[in-house]
Design a protein around this ligand. Structure first.
Ligand code: SF4
Ligand code: SF4
Length: 219
């Protein structure tokens, strides 16, 4: 899931200087789970922005906002409201905002969210959510040899062949709140009876597999 957080409200307002009529777009998938782009947030933002003198021409929560197909469908269905707006505020991730820019080519579109990382939902309730980064989408997955724990992401130094010398009482020297992932890898491989695998050296990461922008075509 793509993890987002709202930009500070003052920054969002600064995008709208001189713009009165605003259409809001959220996303029913990741941004809804993150509490940044669901229906509840659209209603709250409508109230907040109206309080700052803006006219909300309408809002929509796409499923998902990063689908150009859904963006085009929205434009066909809500063309008049969108065309009558001075700006569109996106409460999707950065990918969603760019799909909006592609589908609504003649509109000023501004990001209401900051996009942080691809994450695991570790805790989620109406009161509290916690998201943890587990994968950095390196394009060359090595989980098969690390007991399914990713040192590329979970070791702040990205060490792929065992721990540094800084681990202290099982904690990481860079961030004492973190368990050293190499200790976790050791324990998991031991549980699985695969400890021998730790002795094998991993080849250097092939960073060419993470060239940007990435593309994938199926069929
Ligand atoms: S090795 Fe690469 S693809 Fe696999 S979990 Fe880690 S960052 Fe993601
Ligand atoms: S203590 Fe462990 S997790 Fe932290 S930087 Fe060293 S090897 Fe990586």
């Amino acid at each position: 899931m793509i993890i987002t957080k709202h930009k500070p409200f003052a920054e969002i307002l600064s995008f709208l200087e001189g713009k009165e009529r605003v259409f809001l777009i959220g996303c029913k998938l990741c941004a809804t789970v993150c509490g940044t782009g669901g229906e509840a947030q659209m209603k709250a933002l409508e109230t907040e922005l109206t309080g700052k003198g803006k006219t909300i021409t309408g809002w929509s929560v796409l499923e998902p906002a990063c689908s150009l197909i859904e963006v085009k469908k929205l434009f066909r269905a809500r063309k008049d409201e969108i065309n009558s707006s001075d700006a569109v505020l996106s409460f999707a991730c950065g990918g969603g905002t760019q799909a909006l820019a592609e589908g609504l080519a003649e509109k000023d579109i501004y990001p209401g969210n900051d996009t942080l990382f691809q994450g695991e939902v570790a805790e989620h309730s109406p009161r509290r959510s916690r998201f943890e980064q587990r994968c950095s989408t390196c394009g060359d997955c090595m989980l098969a040899v690390t007991g399914d724990l990713c040192p590329v992401t979970r070791c702040p130094k990205g060490l792929t062949n065992g721990p540094c010398g800084g681990v202290k009482n099982g904690k990481c020297e860079v961030d004492a709140k973190l368990d050293c992932v190499w200790l976790l890898i050791y324990r998991r491989l031991k549980t699985l009876g695969r400890l021998e695998e730790m002795k094998k050296a991993s080849a250097p990461k092939d960073h060419s597999k993470n060239k940007k922008p990435q593309r994938l075509t199926r069929g």
